[in-house]
Design a protein around this ligand. Structure first.
Ligand code: OSB
Ligand code: MG
Length: 371
């Protein structure tokens, strides 16, 4: 890989808050607004951007907006500001910091954007992506009624999404799947429990094979790789881990233990693009395909997901929906749209999207400038 170093001469952090078009409900809670931190790095005439996937509460992960902010201020800004570096230098120099993969990913990804802009190449090309367009599906939160869920599914299929994922939890699972399958016998369907079950549920969870799912996403607790491997031996539906896979080492271990047959890769969850590239290789070597998961990102974070979804081990539709599925208006000038259930990475350098600054600044809660 062509890796020159560059000097970052200014760093900005923006804490922003955007309303979702509608609340998103999972087994671990409801999200009504996207509150996140956008990172802006300036190097000469080039600007790179990154987005944090951590949320306010330590629910999906232990990381939060404030833990990330603290890591940024105390460690990453002194490391990056005025220094000659590139994404690999950042990766190596932060390897001693345990955990905080979401904080690392946000900064590392901004450095990748800057790096690709220096090379004047689209990011997906720089990271070795082999696809010109990526197949996408939609993740539908828990609804007030099954009828509402069925209407939702209908709408999204109409729009062209190529896979439907529904959220499940105890009390909103088999009956719902039964009705959804009755309505839509053949659609590519998956279910995501966000770790809502325990090993005591394993006998019940074997019923999952009735519904012909592409895979069952993260049924058990995020540390519980062992019991996922036990469950996998009892069901034919492949398990696809999400929360459990916090980096490439854990991903390899989970595969070797038979705890996951498919990988949900969220670059923001595993520490960034370098870890994502390792996971791509591990998946290829172990015959374990993947797809790219989402964290309801704005147009900035979404751009990275689209670029990474061009990697060759991506074999299933990714959770990358159009901007308008989440937001009344996205913070980028040209929103993410799909055609026929496919999205195309931008041809411009880096992530290839521009921030709509006028709108963006209306959503800024706080700005920090370091120079
Ligand atoms: O488990 O994949 C998940 C959103 C927030 C937190 C966790 C998850 C999700 C989604 C939405 O399922 C994916 C998306 O469309 O961005
Ligand atoms: Mg998930």
């Amino acid at each position: 890989m062509d890796l020159e170093s560059f000097k970052v001469d200014e760093i900005r952090l923006w804490r922003i808050k955007l309303e979702y078009r509608e609340p998103f409900r999972t087994s671990f809670g409801v999200e009504k607004c996207k509150e996140t931190i956008i990172i802006g790095l300036k190097s000469g005439d080039y600007y790179g951007y990154g987005e944090l996937v951590a949320i306010r509460e330590p629910s999906y992960s232990y990381e939060t907006l404030d833990t990330a902010l603290s890591i940024f201020k105390e460690y990453f800004i002194p490391l990056v500001l005025k220094k000659e570096l590139n994404p690999y230098v950042f990766y190596n120099e932060t390897s001693w910091i345990r955990g905080h993969p979401m904080a690392k990913a946000a900064f590392e990804m901004a450095l990748w954007d800057l790096h690709a802009k220096y090379l004047e190449k689209p990011l997906y090309e720089v990271i070795g992506g082999s696809r010109k367009k990526v197949e996408v599906g939609v993740s539908i939160g828990i609804q007030d009624s099954v009828d509402r869920l069925i209407r939702r599914i209908e709408e999204y299929l109409e729009e062209g999404y190529r896979r439907i994922k529904i959220k499940i939890k105890p009390g909103w699972d088999f009956e719902v799947l039964e009705k959804v399958r009755r309505e839509f016998p053949d659609i590519p369907l998956t279910a995501d429990a966000n770790a809502a079950y325990t090993k005591e549920d394993i006998p019940r969870l074997t019923n999952i094979d009735k519904y012909n799912l592409l895979y069952l996403e993260q049924p058990l607790y995020y540390w519980d790789i062992y019991y996922h491997s036990i469950l996998q031996r009892k069901i034919s539906t492949p398990i696809c881990l999400d929360e459990s896979l916090q980096n490439s080492l854990v991903t390899e271990a989970a595969i070797k233990m038979g705890a996951t047959k498919i990988i949900n890769l969220k670059p923001g969850r595993v520490g960034g693009i370098i870890e994502s590239l390792h996971i791509n290789e591990i998946g290829l070597k172990n015959n374990t395909p993947m797809w790219i998961g989402g964290m309801l990102e704005t147009g900035i974070g979404r751009s990275f997901n689209v670029s990474i979804a061009t990697l060759d081990n991506v074999k299933y539709p990714s959770d990358i929906s159009e901007s308008r599925r989440y937001y009344m208006k996205d913070i980028i000038t040209e929103e993410w749209i799909m055609e026929n259930g496919f999205m195309e990475p931008r041809k411009e350098a880096g992530i290839g999207v521009e921030i709509d600054w006028r709108y963006f600044y209306k959503k800024v809660l706080k700005e920090w400038v370091f120079r």
